[in-house]
Design a protein around this ligand. Structure first.
Ligand SMILES: C[S@@+](CC[C@H](N)C(=O)[O-])C[C@H]1O[C@@H](n2cnc3c(N)ncnc32)[C@H](O)[C@@H]1O
Length: 231
């Protein structure tokens, strides 16, 4: 058995995913209705969303302070598996929200024999809720969540990084990657949760930048990027 499949983590994740679905459903439905009414393509609407968010991402995420905006259970299982496969001991997460992705990654750290995850989250209420969830999962000893602007809080991650999950403001995917890039060990895995950030996607796909990247066949349509730091 692994930490994901035993208590308290198994029931807690099921409960949090259910809560996320109920809480976020009205906002997602409203977005989809607006998209259908506009007749716009998903790609074009996504590009507009990124441009709007770039203007004022703090305001955009303040509006979502009660939303989970979390990964899916299948992406979570992938996170756990990849963190086990690369024997991650040090993980950085941009965009912790309520801590769902953090729990999958910290469960992998536990089963890898220990380590440290440094998370980052703008919204103080989300930081408090994420810490509560991580404590309920029995994983607090592995996780440090840094409250505030990730471009500041992730400036010093204190050592090499084996795996990074990039899942905060789209306009900051690339700046945050560049911030932690000197800390990525050869072979480090970098995951961009959804591919709406075109500048980030183009960067990791350009071999001259030192990555080998692919879009994952998980949550099709979201363009989840998988990149390995090859130097
Ligand atoms: C998509 S959600 C993260 C979901 C989370 N990884 C999960 O799966 O449970 C993005 C989060 O990033 C946070 N965020 C956005 N920009 C940020 C920034 N510049 N610094 C820190 N956190 C940020 C938002 O407040 C939001 O909670």
């Amino acid at each position: 058995m692994n930490t994901l499949n035993i208590q308290p983590v198994a029931d807690l994740l099921a409960k949090l995913h259910q809560e996320a679905e109920v809480t976020d459903a009205p906002f997602i439905e409203e977005m989809m209705t607006r998209l259908q009414a506009s007749g716009d393509t998903l790609e074009h609407a996504a590009a507009e969303l990124v441009a709007q968010e770039r203007d004022d991402y703090r305001h955009a995420y303040r509006e979502h302070a009660d939303h989970f905006l979390s990964i899916t259970p299948q992406y979570g299982r992938f996170l756990y598996a990849i963190a086990r496969a690369c024997r991650a001991a040090r993980i950085v997460e941009f965009g912790t929200s309520m801590g769902i992705s953090t729990i999958y990654l910290a469960a992998a750290l536990r089963d890898n024999g220990g380590g440290q995850l440094i998370g980052s989250e703008l919204e103080p209420a989300k930081v408090a809720r994420a810490r509560g969830h991580i404590q309920a999962a029995g994983l607090s000893d592995l996780v440090e969540i840094r409250e505030g602007e990730a471009l500041e809080t992730l400036q010093d991650v204190g050592g090499t990084v084996d795996l990074a999950l990039i899942d905060g403001a789209w306009s900051l995917y690339l700046p945050v990657l560049k911030l932690i890039e000197p800390r990525l060990r050869p072979g480090a895995v970098v995951l961009g949760e959804n591919g709406f950030a075109a500048d980030y996607r183009d960067y990791v796909r350009d071999p001259s930048n030192g990555y080998v990247a692919h879009t994952l066949p998980i949550d099709e349509g979201r363009g989840n990027e998988f990149a390995v730091r090859v130097g």
